[in-house]
Design a protein around this ligand. Sequence first.
Ligand SMILES: Cc1ncc(COP(=O)(O)O)c(C=O)c1O
Length: 379
Amino acid sequence: MIPFARHCAVAAESDYVTACLHSGSTSGDGPFTRRASALLGQLLGVERALLTTSCTHALEMMPLVLGLQPGDEVIMPSYTFSSTANAFALRGVTIRFAEVDGDRWSMGPDDVTPLLNERTRAVVAVGYNGVSHRLAELEALCARRGVPLLVDAAQSLGASHAGRSVASYGALAALSFHATKNLSCGEGGALVVNDASLLQRAEMVREKGTDRSQFLRGEVDKYTWRCVGSSYLMSDLNAAVLLAQLESFEAIQAHRHAVWSAYRSALEPVSERLGFTLQLIGETDGHPAHLFGLLLPPGVERTALLAAMAEAGVRATSHYEPLHAAPAHGGSERLPVTDAVAARMLRLPIHGEVSAEEAARIAALLISLLERDRSGGKP
Ligand SMILES: Cc1ncc(COP(=O)(O)O)c(C=O)c1O
């Protein structure tokens, strides 16, 4: 069975982990963390990336860093992972779920505008496959309204918009190094701090609400509890794996792009005939080949199709269930574009152990199943 996702191991990982174990220093902000966060900052073109235990935790830091309170509102797409919403719901913040664009599958400025009001304290953009919809315009809109833009960049390592990395947008951006992501250290993440005025508070929130980071740099002579925070530091062991992954970033990305392009070039010529939709990648967007998704033709039974693919040895999958209609939210909003995207989404395997040739074969399998469906047979 070709798995849907897989950690792509690189040679230096085990050497770095062994070196870390023997160094006697395995907790957060050790030498591997320093090297990994510097390299990450360089790759993203940002000044400061704080390594965290996960993207979920980097997101959870956001309302604490901004000091959001119950009754405040944030706007985010409904078509995202539960962590984007949980981070704010945990602080009693009211979430206003926005639509996504039907072609890019991400929320843009036109989706946000109707939800902005005097209680809005932040807007959280999420790039689906790293493709954020008119992100620079969204940034300008937020600036005009005096509302911080935050970016859930879990899928955006390697993504760019208008010549800048996606994670360089917004006051804060959160990245993921979960095993399903382009680079992985098992569980891990980063909080990118683009607004320098938030850096000191972000460091404290990450270090159990203390000024320990400043103490370690010799800027204060003792450290103390300064604000509400938690333990969000990545262990140096995870950072050792992450550093090896970051050093292999170009090769990992080149492989993922070859797989992504093999899917695209096999599927694009038949998409109109078979009635499925591929993601629109805007001219100013650089996608990171994080996932390969498509919207199935209306009426195709996805569960049966996934089962037929699994029977042929390929693990494909659907994606997010919209949060506006999820049991934890119980809202009454109607978001028809989001509902349609979620109902029709199918993702194909993309990782270090799928070759471009296999991707072409998987695409051919999908085409044959869709053709069978059209001719009246079950997929
Ligand atoms: C958009 C989005 N945000 C946040 C997360 C959570 O990332 P992590 O598993 O690193 O906590 C995910 C996970 O897939 C995600 O897709």
